[in-house]
Design a protein around this ligand. Sequence first.
Ligand code: SAM
Ligand code: SF4
Length: 464
Amino acid sequence: MSRPRKVHVKSFGCQMNVYDSHRMADALAPAGFIETARIDDADLVILNTCNIREKAVDKLYSEIGRVREFKEAAERDGRRMLIAVAGCVAQAEGQEIVRRASAVDLVVGSQNYHRLPGMIARLQDNDIAGEKIVDTEFPAEDKFDVLAAPSRSTIAKRGIAAFVTVQEGCDKFCTFCVVPYTRGAEVSRAVGKIAAEVERLAAAGVREVTLIGQNVNAYHGTGADGRPATLAQLLRRLSDVPGIVRLRYTTSHPLDMSDDLIAAHRDLPALMPYVHLPVQSGSDRMLAAMNRRHTRRHYLDAIARLRAGRADLAFSSDFIVGFPGETEDDFRDTLTLVDEVGYAGAYTFSYSPRPGTPAAEMEPVPQAVSAERLQRLQAVITRHQRSFNTSFIGRTVDVLLEKPGRLPGQLVGKTPYLQTVQVMAGLELIGSVEPVAITGTGTNTLFGAITMPAHAPVFATAGA
Ligand code: SAM
Ligand code: SF4
Protein backbone atom coordinates (compact mmCIF):
# COMPACT_ATOMS: atom_id res chain seq x y z
CA MET A 1 0.00 0.00 0.00
CA SER A 2 1.40 3.41 -0.90
CA ARG A 3 2.16 5.84 1.91
CA PRO A 4 -0.41 8.71 2.13
CA ARG A 5 1.05 12.08 1.22
CA LYS A 6 1.34 14.44 4.14
CA VAL A 7 1.25 18.23 4.43
CA HIS A 8 2.52 20.26 7.36
CA VAL A 9 1.29 23.87 7.42
CA LYS A 10 2.98 26.32 9.77
CA SER A 11 1.03 29.51 10.33
CA PHE A 12 2.47 32.86 11.38
CA GLY A 13 0.51 36.00 12.29
CA CYS A 14 -3.20 36.67 12.45
CA GLN A 15 -6.31 34.50 12.54
CA MET A 16 -6.81 35.16 8.87
CA ASN A 17 -3.61 33.22 8.25
CA VAL A 18 -4.79 30.37 10.49
CA TYR A 19 -7.99 30.24 8.44
CA ASP A 20 -6.00 30.32 5.18
CA SER A 21 -3.77 27.51 6.48
CA HIS A 22 -6.85 25.37 7.07
CA ARG A 23 -8.18 26.19 3.64
CA MET A 24 -4.85 25.25 2.01
CA ALA A 25 -4.94 21.89 3.79
CA ASP A 26 -8.59 21.47 2.71
CA ALA A 27 -7.67 22.30 -0.91
CA LEU A 28 -4.99 19.61 -0.86
CA ALA A 29 -7.18 16.90 0.74
CA PRO A 30 -8.88 15.84 -2.54
CA ALA A 31 -5.37 15.39 -3.99
CA GLY A 32 -4.71 12.79 -1.27
CA PHE A 33 -2.85 14.94 1.27
CA ILE A 34 -3.49 14.45 4.97
CA GLU A 35 -2.35 16.97 7.58
CA THR A 36 0.55 16.14 9.85
CA ALA A 37 1.85 17.98 12.92
CA ARG A 38 5.37 16.63 12.21
CA ILE A 39 7.68 18.42 9.79
CA ASP A 40 10.04 15.44 9.43
CA ASP A 41 7.20 13.26 8.19
CA ALA A 42 5.82 15.71 5.62
CA ASP A 43 5.98 15.51 1.82
CA LEU A 44 5.00 19.16 1.63
CA VAL A 45 5.78 21.90 4.15
CA ILE A 46 3.90 25.18 3.76
CA LEU A 47 5.14 28.25 5.64
CA ASN A 48 2.19 30.65 5.80
CA THR A 49 3.88 33.96 6.53
CA CYS A 50 2.92 37.34 7.96
CA ASN A 51 4.75 40.63 7.43
CA ILE A 52 2.71 43.00 9.53
CA ARG A 53 5.68 43.70 11.81
CA GLU A 54 9.44 43.86 11.46
CA LYS A 55 11.89 41.06 10.86
CA ALA A 56 9.22 39.00 9.04
CA VAL A 57 11.60 38.42 6.15
CA ASP A 58 14.55 37.49 8.43
CA LYS A 59 12.26 35.15 10.36
CA LEU A 60 11.16 33.49 7.13
CA TYR A 61 14.71 32.80 5.96
CA SER A 62 15.74 31.37 9.31
CA GLU A 63 12.61 29.16 9.27
CA ILE A 64 13.43 28.01 5.73
CA GLY A 65 16.93 27.10 6.97
CA ARG A 66 15.39 24.95 9.68
CA VAL A 67 12.98 23.19 7.29
CA ARG A 68 15.78 22.68 4.74
CA GLU A 69 17.50 20.35 7.22
CA PHE A 70 14.38 18.15 7.25
CA LYS A 71 14.23 18.31 3.47
CA GLU A 72 17.86 17.15 3.21
CA ALA A 73 17.22 14.34 5.72
CA ALA A 74 14.20 13.23 3.66
CA GLU A 75 16.33 13.22 0.52
CA ARG A 76 18.92 11.03 2.26
CA ASP A 77 16.02 8.60 2.94
CA GLY A 78 15.12 8.70 -0.76
CA ARG A 79 12.02 10.83 -0.15
CA ARG A 80 11.17 14.15 -1.81
CA MET A 81 9.95 17.00 0.41
CA LEU A 82 8.58 20.17 -1.19
CA ILE A 83 8.76 23.54 0.57
CA ALA A 84 6.17 26.20 -0.21
CA VAL A 85 6.05 29.76 1.09
CA ALA A 86 2.57 31.33 1.27
CA GLY A 87 1.00 34.44 2.82
CA CYS A 88 1.95 38.10 2.93
CA VAL A 89 5.76 37.72 2.76
CA ALA A 90 5.28 35.48 -0.29
CA GLN A 91 3.03 38.13 -1.81
CA ALA A 92 5.53 40.92 -1.10
CA GLU A 93 8.81 39.13 -1.92
CA GLY A 94 7.73 36.77 -4.72
CA GLN A 95 10.61 35.66 -6.95
CA GLU A 96 13.19 36.99 -4.49
CA ILE A 97 12.40 34.06 -2.16
CA VAL A 98 13.37 31.32 -4.64
CA ARG A 99 16.40 33.38 -5.64
CA ARG A 100 17.65 33.65 -2.04
CA ALA A 101 16.51 30.24 -0.75
CA SER A 102 17.12 27.43 -3.22
CA ALA A 103 15.36 24.92 -0.91
CA VAL A 104 12.01 26.61 -1.66
CA ASP A 105 10.06 24.99 -4.51
CA LEU A 106 6.96 27.13 -4.57
CA VAL A 107 5.90 30.69 -3.64
CA VAL A 108 2.16 31.28 -3.54
CA GLY A 109 0.46 34.63 -2.88
CA SER A 110 -2.49 34.99 -0.54
CA GLN A 111 -5.12 35.04 -3.33
CA ASN A 112 -3.95 31.89 -5.12
CA TYR A 113 -4.37 29.04 -2.64
CA HIS A 114 -7.03 27.39 -4.79
CA ARG A 115 -4.32 26.80 -7.41
CA LEU A 116 -2.10 24.87 -4.96
CA PRO A 117 -3.17 21.33 -5.93
CA GLY A 118 -2.32 22.01 -9.59
CA MET A 119 1.05 23.54 -8.72
CA ILE A 120 1.96 20.68 -6.37
CA ALA A 121 0.91 18.11 -8.96
CA ARG A 122 3.12 19.83 -11.52
CA LEU A 123 6.11 19.82 -9.16
CA GLN A 124 5.56 16.32 -7.79
CA ASP A 125 4.35 14.37 -10.77
CA ASN A 126 6.49 15.87 -13.49
CA ASP A 127 9.47 15.81 -11.19
CA ILE A 128 11.25 18.45 -13.25
CA ALA A 129 14.53 18.82 -11.38
CA GLY A 130 15.02 22.31 -10.04
CA GLU A 131 11.65 23.61 -11.27
CA LYS A 132 10.31 26.49 -9.17
CA ILE A 133 6.85 28.01 -9.26
CA VAL A 134 6.07 31.58 -8.19
CA ASP A 135 2.40 32.62 -8.31
CA THR A 136 1.65 35.97 -6.69
CA GLU A 137 -0.76 37.44 -9.25
CA PHE A 138 -4.11 38.76 -8.04
CA PRO A 139 -6.35 36.38 -10.03
CA ALA A 140 -9.70 37.27 -11.61
CA GLU A 141 -11.53 34.36 -9.94
CA ASP A 142 -12.51 34.35 -6.25
CA LYS A 143 -10.42 31.78 -4.39
CA PHE A 144 -13.29 31.14 -1.95
CA ASP A 145 -15.52 29.96 -4.81
CA VAL A 146 -13.08 27.28 -5.86
CA LEU A 147 -11.44 26.21 -2.58
CA ALA A 148 -12.51 22.73 -1.48
CA ALA A 149 -14.66 22.50 1.66
CA PRO A 150 -13.25 20.57 4.65
CA SER A 151 -14.76 17.18 5.49
CA ARG A 152 -16.94 16.75 8.61
CA SER A 153 -14.19 14.85 10.39
CA THR A 154 -11.63 17.57 9.61
CA ILE A 155 -13.99 20.25 10.97
CA ALA A 156 -14.61 18.18 14.10
CA LYS A 157 -10.86 17.75 14.66
CA ARG A 158 -10.35 21.51 14.56
CA GLY A 159 -12.66 22.06 17.54
CA ILE A 160 -16.00 23.65 18.29
CA ALA A 161 -14.91 27.27 17.67
CA ALA A 162 -14.16 28.20 14.07
CA PHE A 163 -13.05 31.24 12.10
CA VAL A 164 -14.65 32.18 8.80
CA THR A 165 -13.13 34.83 6.54
CA VAL A 166 -15.92 37.10 5.28
CA GLN A 167 -13.88 39.98 3.94
CA GLU A 168 -10.30 40.43 2.77
CA GLY A 169 -8.04 43.32 1.92
CA CYS A 170 -8.27 46.94 2.93
CA ASP A 171 -8.83 50.32 1.27
CA LYS A 172 -7.99 52.44 4.31
CA PHE A 173 -4.23 52.88 3.80
CA CYS A 174 -3.09 53.69 7.34
CA THR A 175 0.40 55.08 6.81
CA PHE A 176 2.12 52.34 8.88
CA CYS A 177 0.37 49.30 7.41
CA VAL A 178 1.27 46.83 4.64
CA VAL A 179 -2.13 45.13 4.45
CA PRO A 180 -3.53 47.20 1.53
CA TYR A 181 -0.43 46.24 -0.48
CA THR A 182 -0.18 42.55 0.47
CA ARG A 183 -3.87 41.67 0.67
CA GLY A 184 -5.10 44.06 -2.01
CA ALA A 185 -8.38 45.98 -2.24
CA GLU A 186 -11.25 45.19 0.05
CA VAL A 187 -13.52 42.37 -1.14
CA SER A 188 -16.45 40.77 0.66
CA ARG A 189 -17.88 37.26 0.20
CA ALA A 190 -21.58 36.85 -0.54
CA VAL A 191 -23.95 36.23 2.40
CA GLY A 192 -25.28 32.98 0.91
CA LYS A 193 -21.80 31.47 0.57
CA ILE A 194 -20.82 32.42 4.12
CA ALA A 195 -24.13 31.08 5.45
CA ALA A 196 -23.57 27.78 3.61
CA GLU A 197 -20.07 27.51 5.13
CA VAL A 198 -21.38 28.26 8.62
CA GLU A 199 -24.20 25.72 8.19
CA ARG A 200 -21.63 23.09 7.20
CA LEU A 201 -19.52 23.94 10.26
CA ALA A 202 -22.55 23.79 12.57
CA ALA A 203 -23.61 20.42 11.17
CA ALA A 204 -20.15 19.08 12.01
CA GLY A 205 -20.38 20.28 15.64
CA VAL A 206 -19.04 23.85 15.56
CA ARG A 207 -20.81 26.05 18.12
CA GLU A 208 -18.96 29.36 17.87
CA VAL A 209 -18.04 31.26 14.72
CA THR A 210 -15.78 34.31 14.53
CA LEU A 211 -16.16 36.26 11.30
CA ILE A 212 -12.81 37.63 10.26
CA GLY A 213 -11.63 40.37 7.95
CA GLN A 214 -9.01 43.11 8.01
CA ASN A 215 -11.90 45.57 8.24
CA VAL A 216 -14.72 43.26 9.03
CA ASN A 217 -17.30 45.94 9.78
CA ALA A 218 -16.78 47.42 6.31
CA TYR A 219 -18.29 44.12 5.05
CA HIS A 220 -20.58 44.64 2.05
CA GLY A 221 -21.10 41.19 0.48
CA THR A 222 -24.03 40.49 -1.82
CA GLY A 223 -27.19 39.61 0.11
CA ALA A 224 -30.11 37.32 -0.81
CA ASP A 225 -31.82 40.22 -2.62
CA GLY A 226 -28.74 40.85 -4.78
CA ARG A 227 -27.94 44.08 -2.93
CA PRO A 228 -24.89 44.67 -0.68
CA ALA A 229 -25.54 43.48 2.87
CA THR A 230 -23.96 44.98 5.99
CA LEU A 231 -22.09 43.02 8.65
CA ALA A 232 -25.15 43.45 10.90
CA GLN A 233 -27.39 41.85 8.24
CA LEU A 234 -24.91 39.01 7.84
CA LEU A 235 -24.83 38.46 11.63
CA ARG A 236 -28.64 38.41 11.77
CA ARG A 237 -28.71 35.77 9.02
CA LEU A 238 -26.07 33.64 10.79
CA SER A 239 -27.76 33.90 14.17
CA ASP A 240 -30.55 31.77 12.63
CA VAL A 241 -28.21 28.87 11.86
CA PRO A 242 -29.20 25.98 14.17
CA GLY A 243 -26.38 24.94 16.51
CA ILE A 244 -24.44 28.22 16.37
CA VAL A 245 -24.66 29.64 19.89
CA ARG A 246 -21.95 32.27 19.69
CA LEU A 247 -20.97 34.78 17.02
CA ARG A 248 -18.02 37.17 17.08
CA TYR A 249 -16.30 39.36 14.51
CA THR A 250 -12.85 40.87 14.22
CA THR A 251 -11.15 43.25 13.34
CA SER A 252 -13.29 46.37 13.25
CA HIS A 253 -12.44 49.89 12.24
CA PRO A 254 -13.95 52.75 14.31
CA LEU A 255 -15.11 54.53 11.11
CA ASP A 256 -17.35 51.61 10.15
CA MET A 257 -19.10 51.17 13.52
CA SER A 258 -22.59 51.69 12.07
CA ASP A 259 -25.89 52.06 13.92
CA ASP A 260 -27.19 48.77 12.55
CA LEU A 261 -24.16 46.91 13.96
CA ILE A 262 -24.79 48.53 17.33
CA ALA A 263 -28.44 47.45 17.07
CA ALA A 264 -27.29 43.90 16.29
CA HIS A 265 -25.37 43.89 19.60
CA ARG A 266 -28.56 44.97 21.33
CA ASP A 267 -30.80 42.42 19.59
CA LEU A 268 -28.78 39.23 19.03
CA PRO A 269 -28.11 37.12 22.15
CA ALA A 270 -25.64 35.00 20.15
CA LEU A 271 -23.50 38.05 19.31
CA MET A 272 -20.92 38.15 22.09
CA PRO A 273 -20.56 41.41 24.03
CA TYR A 274 -16.83 41.73 23.41
CA VAL A 275 -15.60 44.05 20.66
CA HIS A 276 -12.06 44.39 19.35
CA LEU A 277 -11.90 48.00 18.20
CA PRO A 278 -8.33 49.08 17.42
CA VAL A 279 -7.56 52.75 18.04
CA GLN A 280 -3.72 52.74 17.67
CA SER A 281 -3.25 56.05 19.54
CA GLY A 282 -5.12 58.45 21.82
CA SER A 283 -3.55 61.51 20.21
CA ASP A 284 -5.38 63.29 17.39
CA ARG A 285 -2.05 64.44 15.99
CA MET A 286 -0.83 60.84 15.73
CA LEU A 287 -4.18 59.58 14.40
CA ALA A 288 -3.93 62.15 11.60
CA ALA A 289 -0.29 61.21 10.86
CA MET A 290 -1.36 57.55 10.77
CA ASN A 291 -4.19 58.44 8.34
CA ARG A 292 -6.66 56.66 10.62
CA ARG A 293 -9.42 59.02 9.45
CA HIS A 294 -10.98 59.18 12.92
CA THR A 295 -10.27 61.32 15.95
CA ARG A 296 -10.10 60.42 19.63
CA ARG A 297 -13.58 61.98 20.08
CA HIS A 298 -14.97 59.94 17.20
CA TYR A 299 -13.56 56.75 18.73
CA LEU A 300 -14.90 57.52 22.21
CA ASP A 301 -18.30 58.34 20.69
CA ALA A 302 -18.33 54.94 18.94
CA ILE A 303 -17.61 53.24 22.31
CA ALA A 304 -20.34 55.28 24.01
CA ARG A 305 -22.88 54.42 21.27
CA LEU A 306 -22.01 50.75 21.57
CA ARG A 307 -22.36 50.83 25.36
CA ALA A 308 -25.69 52.63 25.06
CA GLY A 309 -26.87 49.73 22.85
CA ARG A 310 -25.65 47.06 25.24
CA ALA A 311 -24.39 48.00 28.69
CA ASP A 312 -22.32 44.85 29.35
CA LEU A 313 -20.05 45.33 26.31
CA ALA A 314 -16.31 45.13 26.95
CA PHE A 315 -13.56 46.25 24.59
CA SER A 316 -10.09 45.36 23.46
CA SER A 317 -7.84 47.31 21.11
CA ASP A 318 -4.54 47.53 19.26
CA PHE A 319 -2.02 50.26 20.09
CA ILE A 320 1.13 51.40 18.34
CA VAL A 321 3.67 53.34 20.40
CA GLY A 322 6.64 55.23 19.02
CA PHE A 323 5.01 56.15 15.72
CA PRO A 324 7.21 58.76 13.94
CA GLY A 325 6.79 62.15 15.60
CA GLU A 326 5.10 60.80 18.76
CA THR A 327 5.92 63.10 21.70
CA GLU A 328 5.55 62.37 25.41
CA ASP A 329 2.30 64.40 25.35
CA ASP A 330 0.94 62.33 22.46
CA PHE A 331 1.82 59.17 24.35
CA ARG A 332 0.10 60.47 27.51
CA ASP A 333 -3.05 60.97 25.40
CA THR A 334 -2.90 57.23 24.70
CA LEU A 335 -2.60 56.45 28.43
CA THR A 336 -5.58 58.65 29.29
CA LEU A 337 -7.63 57.03 26.53
CA VAL A 338 -6.87 53.60 28.01
CA ASP A 339 -8.11 54.83 31.40
CA GLU A 340 -11.17 56.42 29.87
CA VAL A 341 -12.26 53.27 28.01
CA GLY A 342 -11.11 50.73 30.63
CA TYR A 343 -10.16 47.96 28.20
CA ALA A 344 -10.57 44.30 29.10
CA GLY A 345 -7.41 43.59 27.10
CA ALA A 346 -5.26 44.98 24.29
CA TYR A 347 -2.43 44.21 21.91
CA THR A 348 0.43 46.67 22.10
CA PHE A 349 3.10 47.14 19.45
CA SER A 350 6.20 49.21 19.07
CA TYR A 351 6.03 50.93 15.68
CA SER A 352 8.13 49.16 13.06
CA PRO A 353 8.73 50.75 9.66
CA ARG A 354 7.32 48.63 6.84
CA PRO A 355 9.06 49.09 3.50
CA GLY A 356 6.81 50.71 0.91
CA THR A 357 4.49 52.40 3.44
CA PRO A 358 4.41 56.23 3.78
CA ALA A 359 5.44 56.16 7.48
CA ALA A 360 8.65 54.32 6.60
CA GLU A 361 9.86 57.62 5.11
CA MET A 362 9.20 59.56 8.35
CA GLU A 363 11.72 60.41 11.09
CA PRO A 364 11.66 57.53 13.63
CA VAL A 365 11.32 57.87 17.42
CA PRO A 366 14.45 56.49 19.16
CA GLN A 367 14.13 52.77 19.88
CA ALA A 368 14.78 53.24 23.63
CA VAL A 369 11.95 55.79 23.90
CA SER A 370 9.56 53.42 22.11
CA ALA A 371 10.56 50.50 24.32
CA GLU A 372 10.04 52.52 27.50
CA ARG A 373 6.59 53.73 26.34
CA LEU A 374 5.60 50.20 25.40
CA GLN A 375 6.36 49.02 28.94
CA ARG A 376 4.39 51.86 30.51
CA LEU A 377 1.42 51.21 28.25
CA GLN A 378 1.51 47.49 28.95
CA ALA A 379 1.54 48.14 32.71
CA VAL A 380 -1.60 50.29 32.47
CA ILE A 381 -3.38 47.75 30.26
CA THR A 382 -2.45 44.86 32.57
CA ARG A 383 -3.92 46.82 35.51
CA HIS A 384 -7.22 47.22 33.62
CA GLN A 385 -7.24 43.61 32.49
CA ARG A 386 -6.70 42.37 36.07
CA SER A 387 -9.46 44.52 37.44
CA PHE A 388 -11.78 43.35 34.64
CA ASN A 389 -11.00 39.71 35.43
CA THR A 390 -11.27 40.01 39.22
CA SER A 391 -14.66 41.73 38.82
CA PHE A 392 -15.96 38.28 37.80
CA ILE A 393 -15.21 36.65 41.16
CA GLY A 394 -18.51 35.81 42.80
CA ARG A 395 -20.44 36.18 39.51
CA THR A 396 -21.98 33.43 37.41
CA VAL A 397 -21.07 33.56 33.75
CA ASP A 398 -21.97 31.51 30.67
CA VAL A 399 -19.02 29.40 29.56
CA LEU A 400 -18.82 27.56 26.25
CA LEU A 401 -16.91 24.38 27.10
CA GLU A 402 -14.40 23.74 24.34
CA LYS A 403 -11.93 20.97 25.16
CA PRO A 404 -10.36 18.81 27.87
CA GLY A 405 -8.06 20.64 30.29
CA ARG A 406 -4.64 19.50 31.43
CA LEU A 407 -5.96 17.75 34.55
CA PRO A 408 -8.10 14.58 34.37
CA GLY A 409 -11.80 15.49 34.58
CA GLN A 410 -11.15 19.11 33.71
CA LEU A 411 -12.62 21.09 30.80
CA VAL A 412 -11.53 24.43 29.43
CA GLY A 413 -13.96 26.93 27.99
CA LYS A 414 -14.47 30.59 27.21
CA THR A 415 -16.64 33.33 28.69
CA PRO A 416 -18.43 35.75 26.36
CA TYR A 417 -15.34 37.98 26.86
CA LEU A 418 -12.89 35.33 25.62
CA GLN A 419 -11.51 34.72 29.13
CA THR A 420 -10.34 31.14 29.52
CA VAL A 421 -12.14 29.24 32.29
CA GLN A 422 -11.17 25.92 33.88
CA VAL A 423 -13.91 23.77 35.43
CA MET A 424 -14.27 20.16 36.51
CA ALA A 425 -16.77 18.60 34.12
CA GLY A 426 -17.33 15.51 31.98
CA LEU A 427 -16.32 15.30 28.32
CA GLU A 428 -19.99 15.03 27.32
CA LEU A 429 -20.36 18.75 28.11
CA ILE A 430 -17.93 19.82 25.39
CA GLY A 431 -19.90 22.07 23.04
CA SER A 432 -22.44 23.20 25.61
CA VAL A 433 -22.77 26.57 27.31
CA GLU A 434 -22.90 26.17 31.09
CA PRO A 435 -23.40 28.68 33.91
CA VAL A 436 -20.16 28.80 35.89
CA ALA A 437 -19.72 30.46 39.28
CA ILE A 438 -16.30 32.14 39.18
CA THR A 439 -14.26 31.54 42.32
CA GLY A 440 -10.81 32.85 41.41
CA THR A 441 -8.50 34.21 38.74
CA GLY A 442 -4.96 33.42 37.59
CA THR A 443 -2.86 35.51 35.22
CA ASN A 444 -4.87 34.61 32.13
CA THR A 445 -7.43 32.16 33.44
CA LEU A 446 -10.60 32.17 35.55
CA PHE A 447 -11.50 29.24 37.80
CA GLY A 448 -15.00 28.18 38.73
CA ALA A 449 -17.64 25.49 39.11
CA ILE A 450 -20.69 24.71 37.03
CA THR A 451 -23.70 25.77 39.03
CA MET A 452 -26.39 23.85 37.20
CA PRO A 453 -25.08 21.04 34.99
CA ALA A 454 -27.15 20.64 31.86
CA HIS A 455 -26.75 17.87 29.35
CA ALA A 456 -28.17 19.63 26.34
CA PRO A 457 -26.46 22.72 24.93
CA VAL A 458 -28.06 25.89 26.35
CA PHE A 459 -27.92 29.17 24.56
CA ALA A 460 -25.77 32.05 25.78
CA THR A 461 -27.73 34.67 27.65
CA ALA A 462 -27.10 38.37 27.34
CA GLY A 463 -25.81 40.13 30.44
CA ALA A 464 -23.05 37.81 31.63
N1 SAM B 1 -7.35 46.30 10.32
C1 SAM B 1 -7.06 46.40 11.66
C2 SAM B 1 -7.14 47.85 12.09
O1 SAM B 1 -7.54 48.70 11.37
O2 SAM B 1 -6.80 48.16 13.20
C3 SAM B 1 -5.77 45.75 12.08
C4 SAM B 1 -4.88 45.12 11.09
S1 SAM B 1 -3.23 44.74 11.54
C5 SAM B 1 -3.21 43.12 10.90
C6 SAM B 1 -3.16 44.41 13.25
C7 SAM B 1 -2.42 45.40 14.05
O3 SAM B 1 -1.02 45.37 13.79
C8 SAM B 1 -2.79 46.84 13.82
O4 SAM B 1 -3.98 47.19 14.45
C9 SAM B 1 -1.62 47.60 14.37
O5 SAM B 1 -1.78 47.87 15.74
C10 SAM B 1 -0.46 46.60 14.19
N2 SAM B 1 0.46 47.08 13.14
C11 SAM B 1 0.23 47.15 11.82
N3 SAM B 1 1.30 47.68 11.19
C12 SAM B 1 2.22 47.95 12.14
C13 SAM B 1 3.53 48.52 12.13
N4 SAM B 1 4.08 48.94 11.01
N5 SAM B 1 4.18 48.63 13.30
C14 SAM B 1 3.62 48.21 14.45
N6 SAM B 1 2.40 47.67 14.53
C15 SAM B 1 1.69 47.55 13.39
FE1 SF4 C 1 -3.98 48.23 8.02
FE2 SF4 C 1 -5.30 50.48 8.60
FE3 SF4 C 1 -6.32 48.73 6.83
FE4 SF4 C 1 -6.24 48.13 9.44
S1 SF4 C 1 -7.41 49.81 8.50
S2 SF4 C 1 -5.66 46.79 7.73
S3 SF4 C 1 -4.36 49.06 10.10
S4 SF4 C 1 -4.48 49.91 6.57
